[in-house]
Structures are given as C-alpha cells and as structure tokens.
Design a binder for this molecule. Structure first.
Ligand code: TXA
Ligand code: MG
Length: 318
C-alpha cells in the first residue's frame, strides 16, 4: 500500500532519493521520477510494465525552465506555450543532452509540459530537477483521475501518492509538435483542436501511426478496460447484447435504455468538459461493476468531443 497524502515535502524527499511518487495534474495522475536520472526513470518503466520504446513527458513549473531542456522552441509552438501553459498541452521540442535518451526512447525530441495543478506546481518549483511522468496506470489500461485509482493499480509499487483530488480535465494532454514548418497534433486531448487553431491557424492531425507509432498514445488499443467495449447506436447495441449484463456510457438524457442496463451519464446537460472529466472514472466503474459488456455511442465531433471519441475508439479496439 502506498501512503496517500498532501505532503509536498514528503513527495520531494522520495523524489530526491530517486523513488517514484504519483502526482496529481489537471489531466490525469502521473507516475513521477527525476527526469534527469536514468536510474530513477527506469523505475517508471518497471512499475508500469511499459515498453521502453514509449517515451515519457517531462513536467516542469514554467516556460522559463523549459529552455534548460530544449535547444529551441519554434515560434508557433512558443505562442501555444504562452497561451496554454500551465495547461493540458504537451510540446515535442528538440532536446538537449541533459535529457537522458531513456526519457525520449532515443528520439531527438522531448515531450514537455507545465501542468495546471497547484500542488504539483508547488512541488516542481521546490525541486531542482524536472519530473518525467507518464499516466499512473499499468501500460494500456485506463488513466487514473483520482488518488484511489492509482492506489488500486500501483499501490504496492510506489511509496507515496500526492493527493490532489479528482482531475478537472480528465483527458490526457494534447500533444503538439512541428515538422518542416507544419504544426501537427499527435494526440488529441484536454486542449481542443479549435483552441489551438485560434492561436496558430490550421494544424494537421496525425493520429494512429500504425505499428511503429511516434507516440504510443496513438496505439490502436490503449486506455482500455478489461471488458469488451462496443461503440455504436445504443438502441441497436442493447438489442444485440440483450443476453448479457450491459453497462452503458451515455451523453445527455435523451436516450431511453432498458431498465436492466447500468447507465453512466457523462453529462446530463451535454457539457463536454464535464463529460471529459467523467469518462475514465466511468469506464473504470463499469469495468469493476457486475456487467459483461460496456456499450457507448460517439459524441458529436466538436470541441472535446473529438478527444472523447478518440478514447472511446481506443477503449473499444480489441
Ligand atoms: O496529460 C498527460 O499528458 C499525462 C500527465 C501525467 O501529464 N501524461 C501522459 O503520459 O499521458 P503518457 O506517458 O501516458 O502518454 C504520453 C504520450 C505517450 O504516448 C508518448 O509516446 C508521447 O506522449 N510522447 C512523450 N514523449 C514523446 C516524444 N519525445 N516523442 C513522441 N511522443 C512522445
Ligand atoms: Mg498513458
């Protein structure tokens, strides 16, 4: 069992001893270690059972700090950093030597982000190194949005979980980089494409890089519960799986489903932010509930609906 608390000094002490600490962010909980020390970073891969071809995001407390770790920031990406940090935005930037290649899986770019959570920003500003932190879940499973989610899955493997409550955004950060002057989104996330385009104009979205992804958040099956997830028309799905116990994730209250179905409503007012914040918790709850299958339907492809649909698609990929 990990200790769960709000003690920044305790978290700091563990991290300074190259131990792992789970940290809250506005997106999901991270599993953090000293990003500048490969021995500490290796512990992350071990605890998560994560393949080392999957690079880690480096977290720091300010844009100013980022210059210690990267050789330059493309002007358009700099505008994004200024507009959205601290926030759910990760930038892929050309790394300096000081970032161990284990962190980037040997790639030339490092993913960097300033998370928007007061406890973690406090912690980061008291440390003299940045924190490498993937989502604090076993590889491939749903990302954690509460301290208890982390405890249930990684509690035996880490000494301390810094408890910052429920994550407000609930979807991982949007990952953005630049190639040959073009701004590219590699992973949809808590910052919408529209918000990004208001700052830098039209961007291209490159998800699913097949078998050798530049970003394993792009793997077809990821963020997945253990139970089968079927996405499609809810009325048809409830008929198709009527011989099994069904859990349903719905959006809004205009859907009538059989009373035998365990229903989780992402947002009765169809608020996308509320839906994002609920999605991973609901997938977990249904995974743990007495149901055999999980059914859901895509949301309208607008704003955060795009990222929610991306996670639903991956959760359903078998
Ligand atoms: O919101 C988030 O981004 C959360 C919180 C904890 O910050 N972190 C997170 O990390 O989702 P993780 O490791 O679960 O997913 C990060 C994604 C991975 O798919 C990884 O491959 C990609 O970011 N990534 C990280 N560094 C990269 C790099 N140098 N080049 C390409 N992709 C990179
Ligand atoms: Mg992850």
């Amino acid at each position: 069992m990990a200790e769960i608390g709000k003690d920044i000094l305790k978290a700091k002490a563990f991290l300074e001893k190259d131990e792992l600490v789970a940290i809250p962010t506005e997106t999901v909980y991270g599993l953090a270690a000293n990003a500048l020390n490969p021995i500490a970073v290796a512990k992350i891969f071990e605890a998560k059972e994560r393949p080392t071809f999957d690079p880690l995001i480096v977290h720091t407390h300010s844009l100013h700090e980022v210059y210690k770790f990267v050789t330059n920031i493309h002007p358009a990406l700099l505008k994004l950093a200024e507009a959205f940090w601290p926030g759910p935005l990760t930038l892929l930037l050309p790394k300096k030597e000081i970032i161990p290649s284990l962190v980037t899986s040997g790639l030339d770019r490092v993913g960097v982000r300033v998370p928007n959570h007061s406890l973690t920003l406090d912690l980061l500003s008291q440390l003299n190194f940045p924190l490498a932190a993937p989502s604090a879940n076993p590889f491939g499973y749903i990302s954690p949005t509460t301290a208890m989610h982390v405890e249930k899955q990684l509690g035996t493997k880490i000494p301390y979980i810094l408890d910052g409550g429920s994550c407000e955004v609930g979807l991982e950060s949007t990952i953005v980089g630049e190639e040959n002057g073009e701004i590219i989104i590699y992973r949809l996330g808590g910052l919408s494409v529209d918000e990004i385009e208001t700052i830098v104009g039209k961007v291209s979205v490159q998800l699913n890089q097949s078998s050798n992804p530049k970003s394993p958040g792009q793997l077809k099956s990821h963020y997945a519960p253990k139970k089968p997830v079927y996405i499609g028309n809810l009325n048809e799905s409830q008929k198709q799986y009527s011989d099994q116990k069904i859990g349903a994730i719905v959006f809004g209250i205009d859907i009538k489903l059989s009373e035998s179905i365990l229903i989780k409503n992402l947002s009765s007012t169809k608020n996308y932010q509320e839906a994002s914040a609920n999605l991973f918790s609901f997938l977990r709850e249904l995974d743990e509930a007495d149901v055999d299958v999980i059914i859901s339907e895509f949301l309208p492809e607008t704003g955060l609906g795009l990222a929610i649909n991306d996670r639903l698609r991956r959760a359903s990929a078998l």
